[in-house]
Structure formats: structure tokens, C-alpha cells
Design a protein around this ligand. Structure first.
Ligand SMILES: [Zn+2]
Length: 163
């Protein structure tokens, strides 16, 4: 599974302006450098997209998260695409344009789906989607696929714990 590393010197936001297309005004892009380990010994520079006002990701090693979107949405075909784009644009891949980062306490989940997670683990804080979770008859609670702890349903009053 690919890993993404953020180095201490890259804990900063790079802002650039994208010219507007089709008469639309230009818009600001917020990015952060990171390195992705796909295959081979050396990581490839990539750009993490940030929302306006979002703090940069902390230094550290991040991994892709969530079994279902890695298998279904971020399996081999997607990984091939990363390598191709990395080659075609000189190692600078924008693969996270296809993915969305969800910050949660303890890490970042990269997802390819646009909707919001519905559950969160009470121990490791990983967010989950309904389709990631298997509800086993006879079990008292829904288990986290990552750490087997209890998973709670997210509500307006008890939303995702992000920080
Ligand atoms: Zn967990």
C-alpha cells in the first residue's frame, strides 16, 4: 500500500493562482508538498490539496485508509494512473485531485468518494463509511475494521473528531 510522507520542511502552504477557464475568475490553489512511496526505493514528489484556511498537514508518515476504497476505488488501476502521471509531468503528480483528504484525530484518510463518512472509531478515530463496516449478528457493537474497537455513528451533535 502506498505511503505518503510529509517532511518537517514541507509543513507549509504553497499558494498559486489557477487562471479561470471559460470566463471564470482565477482561483487560488493551496497545496503542500509531500512524497509518495509507490514502488522502487525513492519517493515521488506530489501535491496535497488543501482547502482555504486548512492548516498544513503535520510532518509524518501517512497511509491510505479504509479497505473498501483502497480495494474498490484505489486499487491497481488507480495506482497505475499515478505512476503514469508521475512520469508524464516530471515526477510532480496531482493524484490527490482525484482524492479527498479527511483529517481526523491521529491521521488523514484519503477517499475518492464525495460524501462524508458516517462512522468513526472510538479508539483509533479512523472515519468509516457504512459500506466499510460489517454488522455482524450477535455482536453488541460495530467493530472498527482497523482496530476492532467500537465504532460510533456520526451525528450533528457528535460529528467527526478531527483534531
Ligand atoms: Zn479503530
Amino acid at each position: 500500500m502506498p505511503k505518503i510522507e510529509v517532511f518537517a520542511e514541507d509543513v507549509k502552504i504553497n499558494q498559486r493562482t489557477m487562471p479561470g477557464k471559460d470566463g471564470k475568475p482565477p482561483r487560488a490553489i493551496y497545496e503542500q508538498d509531500a512524497y509518495i512511496y509507490c514502488e522502487g526505493k525513492f519517493p515521488t514528489l506530489m501535491k496535497l490539496s488543501l482547502e482555504e484556511g486548512q492548516p498544513p498537514y503535520a510532518a509524518g508518515l501517512y497511509t491510505f485508509h479504509g479497505s473498501s476504497y483502497i480495494v474498490n476505488n484505489f486499487g491497481n488501476p488507480e495506482l497505475k494512473k499515478i505512476r503514469q502521471s508521475a512520469q508524464s509531468i516530471g515526477g510532480r503528480t496531482l493524484m490527490l485531485n482525484e482524492m479527498r483528504a479527511i483529517q481526523y484525530r491521529g491521521g488523514i484518510a484519503f477517499v475518492t468518494r464525495a460524501d462524508e463518512p458516517t462512522h468513526q472509531c472510538k479508539e483509533c478515530y479512523k472515519p468509516w463509511f457504512e459500506s466499510d463496516l460489517s454488522i455482524v449478528l450477535g455482536e453488541k457493537f460495530i467493530k472498527c475494521p482497523n482496530c476492532s474497537s467500537r465504532v460510533r455513528k456520526l451525528t450533528d451533535k457528535a460529528p467527526l473528531i478531527r483534531y
